[in-house]
Design a protein around this ligand. Structure first.
Ligand code: NAP
Length: 508
């Protein structure tokens, strides 16, 4: 039975690679991520005709489900997605299987091996396997070791291991986890997820920089005076309090997603557009990055926590009053840091990274501010001097890019005024980009590691923030958490981080 495409036009616009025959084994198949992201992404790949017919998903978790219960549970949870394509789901779900597995029971993995051989025969998946650890991070190391112990990662050509975030909780734990997974599988078998890298606009940073001759000559300390990287959310902690209390904004967002955006924005051009040259350049620039003042990290890091806020119609409770949060919690829901990069391209250019929950607007962007014009010949129509040129890459929502420059304001005088030249993905390509997990799963199953973080990148990113994490343990009083009203742009102290350098945060 042929699948019906959600939008047949999409296929024509794209040049998609076809995923080779294989079985995807999801540990944590009864968990949240599986039905919220993984199975919907696989179904989307199926609708896009990118899954081969020799394909199977083997769900694994401790609960004693059967294949049928797994299929029915997914069908119930994915109802809104399935409803327009019931026949396609019928066909797709025949490739879903389930095996009860406790990752802590070695005997279960022996049994898993036998079940996999059975699935291989049934679905002609040829022994090619992608193991996806969508379980608690506490199982990443032991899960990898258990799979290796059962001989399931022995063939580097036909077995892969996908590891969810977070990868470690600090530099030492990331190093330790790397040691364990690298003793279980080769680096080219390991796919560490950072789902920000799967956003079309994040990948577009590389295309903008390395496919256009106009940007690269300007992309350095001679022309760029500062860079702001923002990931602002309007939601609060929602149902994730128990995780978030242990994590906080620095570990949850900055060490991984914002730092990956920093790496793509600042890396040198790779020699070839291939996974290893790209990852080499990202690792190199992260190794050259540092906090603006690592000896006194509290001077280049501002932490905040949302208080109550919102409107009479939609009141927002403070973080400390959220269910599951310690009423005296000092976990940050907002953080801003100032970084520098000690290399020829970026010496002296400040990079300001910020992220927060319950902020004024949901947006992620990279904003590069160019140096001031050497002489101001025209009065700005907006009063005062003309503004600096700015190039903003909008990661989400409203994916695209904006270039801001001065033009003549209408009228008889010669006054300048800033205007924005805009590129929008939706307007240009007529379709929103794929959900990140569609790309992630496809790439992992294709064996393409470009958008996954390598061990040295992960470690360099953790090392960058070690002075803050260590300082927080040793002298927490130096890193106070400042309250900010929910629904605003964060604490006033964060503005001081920039005003000391004569700058302002963008308020898009
Ligand atoms: N949810 C998200 O949006 C999201 C986003 C980013 C990253 N992540 C990461 O993705 C992972 C999964 O998140 P989640 O939200 O899906 O977690 P979850 O809902 O708590 O699910 C955990 C899964 O692990 C299974 N499990 C627990 N102990 C096990 C064991 N010993 N052996 C085998 N399976 C076991 C559970 O099923 P049983 O109880 O039946 O064993 C369940 O299926 C986490 O590492 C998280 O950090 C999640």
């Amino acid at each position: 039975m042929a699948a019906t495409l959600t939008n047949p036009l999409r296929i024509g616009l794209r040049q998609e690679r076809v995923i080779p025959p294989q079985c995807l084994i999801i540990f944590g198949a009864s968990g949240d991520l599986t039905h919220r992201k993984l199975i919907p992404a696989l179904f989307e790949l199926f609708l896009q005709r990118r899954l081969p017919s020799e394909f199977a998903v083997l769900g694994c978790a401790r609960r004693p489900w059967s294949d049928e219960v797994f299929r029915q549970t997914m069908a119930q949870r994915l109802q809104p997605i399935i409803a327009p394509n019931p026949q396609a789901w019928e066909f797709f779900s025949q490739g879903l299987f389930y095996e009860p597995v406790d990752l802590q029971q070695p005997g279960h993995l022996e049994r898993l091996g036998q079940r996999l051989e059975q699935v291989d025969r049934l679905r002609a998946t040829r022994g090619a396997r992608t193991f996806y650890l969508s379980v608690s991070p506490a199982f990443y190391g032991s899960g990898a070791r258990a799979l290796a112990g059962a001989g399931l990662l022995a063939d580097p050509q036909r077995s892969r291991l996908v590891i969810e975030k977070p990868f470690g909780t600090d530099y030492a734990s990331a190093q330790q986890l790397n040691r364990v997974v690298k003793s279980s599988a080769q680096e080219n078998q390991i796919f560490r997820i950072d789902h920000y890298l799967c956003k079309e606009t994040v990948q577009n940073i590389m295309v903008l920089r390395f496919a256009n001759s106009i940007f690269e000559p300007l992309w350095n300390r001679n022309h760029i005076s500062s860079v702001q990287i923002t990931a602002a959310e309007t939601v609060g902690v929602e149902q994730r309090a128990s995780y978030y209390e242990q994590s906080g904004a620095l570990k949850d967002m900055v060490q991984n997603h914002l730092t990956q955006m920093l790496a793509l924005t600042t890396m040198e051009p790779p020699g070839r557009f291939e996974p290893e040259p790209i990852r080499n350049e990202k690792a190199k620039v992260l190794q050259a990055a540092r906090l603006a003042n690592p000896e006194q990290p509290w001077t280049c890091c501002v932490r905040g926590q949302y208080g109550s806020g919102g409107t009479a119609e939609r009141p927002l409770v403070s973080y400390r009053n959220e269910p599951g949060v310690n009423p005296n919690s000092t976990t940050e829901t907002y953080v801003a840091v100032k970084l520098l990069i000690d290399n020829w391209r970026w010496q002296g250019v400040p990079f300001y990274l910020r992220t927060g929950k319950h902020m004024a607007k949901r947006l992620s962007e990279v904003a590069l501010t160019f140096r001031d014009a050497p002489v101001h010949l025209f009065d700005a129509a907006t009063g005062g001097v003309s503004s600096n040129n700015q190039f903003v890459i909008r990661i989400q929502p409203d994916e695209g890019a904006t270039f801001r420059f001065e033009v003549k304001a209408p009228g008889s005088g010669m006054r300048s005024r800033p205007i924005a030249m805009d590129f929008s993905y939706l307007d240009s390509f007529g379709e929103p980009s794929d959900e990140g997990y569609v790309r992630l799963l496809a790439d992992a199953m294709l064996g393409d590691p470009t958008l996954f973080t390598r061990s040295d990148e992960v470690e360099a990113a953790w090392r960058l923030y070690t002075p803050i994490l260590e300082g927080l343990k040793q002298s927490p009083e130096k890193f106070p958490v400042h309250s900010y009203e929910a629904g605003t742009w964060g604490p006033a102290e964060s503005d001081e981080l920039l005003s000391r350098d004569g700058l302002l945060w963008r308020r898009p």
